[in-house]
Design a protein around this ligand. Sequence first.
Ligand code: SF4
Length: 264
Amino acid sequence: MKKNNYGARQWAPNYANCCTGCSHNCIYCYAKAREVYRFKRLTEADWPLEQVRMHDVEKKRKKLSGRIMFPTTHDITPNNLDACMVVLGKLLEAGNEVLVVSKPHFDCVKRICDDFERYRDLYEIDVDVNRQYRIIFRFTIGACDDQILSFWEPGAPSYSERKASLKHVYQRGFQTSVSAEPMLDTANIDALISDLSPFVTDKIWLGKLNHLGPLKKGADPYLMQEIRRIERGQTDASIKAIYRRYSDNPIVEWKDSIQRVVGI
Ligand code: SF4
């Protein structure tokens, strides 16, 4: 695997954020794990209360080399949408290519499309070779089953809202992609890929649910049962079987957790 070709670096060399905490409150959230359990800067009760960091909203944004992923340690929700719109606007106005990553709320996505339609189309950054889109959406959808989604991502939108958001962005002519990282229901990954593929212009990324070990500490019986189900679904044999089914499919891409298993 190439150096830096892992984690979020597979998607973008740069990132931007403007908020602390996230109302989606995903059980597996690495940003929550860092703030709450590692550095103890927030309590578990604080994490879902999104606090906009005004200094990050107000600061100037310049053109960076390479794509910027926004956000990475929170999401874009009705609570922080105004702040996110300011930051997104500054990033785009500075000439950056922005990868908007979200478990999407339909109304938030619609406003981004309305306000930033002028950044939708392909543009040339170098007349000879380099062509880019200014804005690409990547929606995290790790399962079709709302019971599974609402357990692991309790504050995030339902499957139907995420799919409707993807469809809306696609129909408005923006570039679209999906992250099924983490896959929360590998038994039904074929159904997810087939249901969402018609609205994807770029890629569907597949990845495992990492770092399950710490989640087991203090897990109640239902969480343990869910962790076991996830583990059974992402054994090396299961991952290799998924890889065999989609290795020739140009729309499917593999996160580092899968690349390691299948040796690419
Ligand atoms: S949406 Fe992202 S940032 Fe928010 S809790 Fe879930 S994993 Fe964390």
